[in-house]
Design a protein around this ligand. Structure first.
Ligand SMILES: [Zn+2]
Ligand SMILES: [Zn+2]
Length: 284
């Protein structure tokens, strides 16, 4: 059995470019022993179960949920929330389905507000057109950006974001995030293990970082990504020691998104033992 796994990847069900079955095939080709597909706010990997069986690779059904959380003190950043993975979730669990429906409704509502604001300014931007022209895609700011370029309101995508879509600009609408405790409770209710995703990405200074991890643990986090694309040996050691201190299991993954980013599937070199630890936890 292969020594390496990848427990954080995205398929075309969210913002990745590879269909779930293709992702399984690529994982097999990359020599991985197991792969989790953790799409943003949705589970669209039903076909991955059969594909994984055919390829003889372990498949972990997963999800990545964004929760609202205060950014580091004094930092004015684009608030993207904190990301929590749910590994081994049952995609049919009613609590999970309900939560994901709410996320979709919130996004739909926000997109409709953006489109309406643009039309109020005389711009020919219609949500229905964006959906028709981007079948299967989760419509978001890049699609509105492209529409602004197309109708001549912006010269290119950078210009569209810079002038209209960034957080302080007129067509930005704040996202209403899932409340943190609910996220952990729903992952647990669907049989999953909540994992703190890419903990260094939020750029907390050391004292705030510790408070953040402690808070996540008290909400129900059971694992933390200690190995992740771009995290060097020193960072991995820091995260491993934090995980140990707060009794969190180590997890890890690449955050592969397909051909749109340069991240390599399996590139984070996550050891198979991490999966064994998570499976032990499930059995308890
Ligand atoms: Zn993420
Ligand atoms: Zn991700």
């Amino acid at each position: 059995m292969s020594h390496f796994i990848d427990l954080h990847t995205h398929s075309s069900a969210s913002d990745g470019t590879d269909a779930p079955e293709a992702l399984i095939e690529s994982a097999k080709k990359a020599g991985l022993g197991a792969i989790a597909i953790t799409d943003h706010d949705c589970f669209g990997s039903e076909k991955a179960f059969g594909a994984a069986e055919k390829e003889g690779i372990e498949f972990v059904p997963g999800i990545e949920v964004s929760i609202g959380y205060p950014p580091p003190r004094g930092r004015i950043i684009e608030d993207e929330g904190i990301h929590i993975l749910g590994l081994f979730i049952n995609p049919e669990a009613p609590a999970l389905k309900e939560l994901l429906c709410e996320v979709v409704a919130e996004r739909e509502d926000r997109n409709e507000k953006i489109a309406r604001a643009m039309r109020d300014d005389g711009l020919p931007v219609f949500l229905e057109d964006l959906k028709k022209n981007n079948p299967g895609a989760v419509i978001g700011r890049p699609h509105f950006g492209a529409a602004l370029v197309k109708c001549g309101a912006a010269s290119d995508m950078n210009d569209a974001f810079f002038r209209y879509l960034n957080p302080t600009k007129k067509y930005f609408r704040k996202r209403e995030y899932i409340e943190k405790q609910r996220c952990f409770d729903v992952i647990h209710a669907s049989g999953g293990i909540p994992v703190i995703a890419h903990p260094l990405q939020y750029k907390y200074p050391p004292d705030e970082f510790e408070a953040f991890i402690r808070d996540m643990k008290s909400c129900g986090a059971e694992a933390m990504e200690c190995v992740y694309t771009g995290y060097g040996p020193g960072q991995q050691r820091l995260l491993m020691s934090m995980a140990k201190r707060f009794e969190l299991l180590p997890s890890g993954g690449s955050d592969y998104h397909g051909s749109k980013k340069s991240i390599k599937l399996g590139g984070a070199k996550v050891p198979y033992e991490y999966l064994e630890g998570l499976k032990d936890r499930l059995r308890r």
